[in-house]
Write a protein that binds this ligand. Sequence first.
Ligand SMILES: NC(=O)c1ccc[n+]([C@@H]2O[C@H](COP(=O)([O-])OP(=O)(O)OC[C@H]3O[C@@H](n4cnc5c(N)ncnc54)[C@H](O)[C@@H]3O)[C@@H](O)[C@H]2O)c1
Ligand SMILES: O=C(O)C(=O)C[C@@H](O)[C@H](O)[C@H](O)COP(=O)(O)O
Ligand SMILES: [Zn+2]
Length: 364
Amino acid sequence: MSTSTVHVSTPSRSYDVLIGQGVIDETGTLTRQACGGSAACVIADDNVAPLYANAVAESLADAGYRTTLQVFPAGEKHKRLLTLSDLLEGLAAAELTRDDVVVAVGGGVTGDMGGLAAALYLRGCKVVQVPTSLLAMVDSSVGGKTAVDLEAGKNLAGAFFQPSLVIADVDCLDTLTPELFTDSCGEVIKHGVIRDEALFRRLAARPINAEGFDPQELQDVICRNVEIKRDVVDADERERGLRQILNFGHTIGHAIEAASDFSLGHGSSVAAGMCCIARASARMGWCAQDVADDIVRAVAAYGLPTDTAVDHDTLFSFATHDKKRHGSTVNVVVPTRIGEVEVKTVSLPEFRHLVDLGCGTDAA
Ligand SMILES: NC(=O)c1ccc[n+]([C@@H]2O[C@H](COP(=O)([O-])OP(=O)(O)OC[C@H]3O[C@@H](n4cnc5c(N)ncnc54)[C@H](O)[C@@H]3O)[C@@H](O)[C@H]2O)c1
Ligand SMILES: O=C(O)C(=O)C[C@@H](O)[C@H](O)[C@H](O)COP(=O)(O)O
Ligand SMILES: [Zn+2]
């Protein structure tokens, strides 16, 4: 199977996303070509470090980098300023300069924090993303959103900072648990809903799963997802307009995730958030009931949650602390048909009404 390349070209940086089997073994050489520099710091959580980060560090050393490895405890609960602070101190201790490279090996938590550390350290060094979860391959490693969580909610402190290279090795998915694989599918379904009806129908008819998937088919799905994200990010790097569509399902989804104290995964929370806003949109007459039903059915086919039992006051409180709030209005992304969404600006009472209409009402 040959490696696929998707080229991302934003105003701040252009880079390749490489998707293939065994490509992680080339991290050292690829990083040298894309970044240069003389030192590399590999960042990974304590699940991924023994699986992949040690080998990545060796590959970087073989390519001539003075290499260090920083490991932090796995989980969204550690995507916080405290962990970031340790990572930054580690970069300083390793004496990285601005020409040097942070290599973030792992899921979206590692990518978001590694990217933010690279954005902040010396006001910006380089970062290579080596996504190892399906979610990180199809979404978080591409587009340059980096962040940590605050008490008030998800990703509330961050920066836009594009990587210099993304290396997605589909073989890494072999070690994901079936639950983590499924969780990632929330974002995959999202990409179909917002931009690609054919992808959505294919995913809904034949759910991809951790067992027995055809590697070529999976690589094609990842590639298509990255292209969808690339097209949006190339057009609107800083989320002034179009990029907001990538947030479909997230306003309520982030609230569900935070309210669960991060026991529910990001992809699962987004899946539930998509169903809630789709149901509310159908009831508002913004889309046909069929559209909401199709989304709920596809999410259910993956065994992902289609609703939430979180009380509406809590959802409203977390959701109105999110980034899509502007003063007394909130931007919500609503489906118009499968493959197309639009951004609606609603008042806070209107948003509360959407929460009441869409959440805790699943009859499917
Ligand atoms: N920046 C963006 O554009 C963007 C997009 C989507 C999601 N995100 C963020 O990404 C995070 C979710 O990403 P995630 O689901 O990858 O979470 P994660 O990084 O916590 O990874 C999930 C779990 O899988 C483990 N893991 C990762 N790869 C593995 C592998 N190959 N084998 C075995 N275990 C592996 C991790 O150690 C972790 O325990 C959230 O914080 C979310 O906000 C960011
Ligand atoms: O890249 C984007 O833009 C996205 O919105 C992708 C989302 O899947 C991702 O979860 C992102 O981190 C959410 O962004 P936020 O700005 O709502 O924190
Ligand atoms: Zn997301």
